[in-house]
Design a protein around this ligand. Structure first.
Ligand code: UDP
Ligand code: MG
Length: 150
């Protein structure tokens, strides 16, 4: 079917990351970027921005209705963050392993959330959970022109 053929074209070497407002406020942007580069991710595109409430709602649409949703939208639109399109072989899984569990109390030693997150809500970074969502999330924040670099 068309659906099957289309899936073949979803890239498996890209993911989407956010250095969240808590980490930017704590001046951890540089240290987290260093972790990204040392873990051999290629930064395809990146920019600092302050999400509007509407942008945060659009981005986190899948969590609408969950108990933490309102707090999440308020937090993600509370200040500047850095959005990043990252490239590496098996990028989604590699990045999830690099950031660690959602709750920093459960994050393994050496992960970004273990070292920079303060709570399950204020957890320093975002990572896509699938190749399909990675492409959607990259397209949500970056234009084709911004992604054309090497
Ligand atoms: N979150 C929260 N409380 C929860 C679960 C999630 O505040 O009980 C926030 C947290 O910032 C998390 C985001 O909502 O990163 C998205 O949740 P998800 O379950 O997708 O976790 P992630 O994919 O970020 O690890
Ligand atoms: Mg998630």
């Amino acid at each position: 079917s068309t659906k099957y053929i289309k899936k073949e074209y979803i890239l498996d070497n890209q993911t989407f990351a956010i250095i969240k407002p808590d980490a930017v406020k704590n001046k951890d942007t540089g240290l987290i970027l260093d972790r990204i580069l040392k873990a051999d991710f290629h930064v395809l595109a990146g920019k600092l921005l302050h999400m509007s409430q509407e942008q945060a709602e659009g981005f986190y649409d899948i969590h609408k209705g969950k108990p933490f949703y309102d707090e999440l939208i308020q937090f993600m639109s509370s200040g500047q963050c850095m959005v990043l399109a990252l490239e590496k072989e098996n990028a989604v899984e590699e990045w999830r392993n690099t950031i660690g569990a959602t709750n920093p109390d459960e994050a393994l030693e050496g992960t970004i959330r273990k070292d920079f997150a303060t709570s399950v809500g204020l957890n320093a970074v975002h990572g896509s959970d699938s190749n399909e969502n990675a492409q959607k999330e990259i397209a949500f924040f970056f234009s084709d022109g911004e992604l054309r670099g090497n």
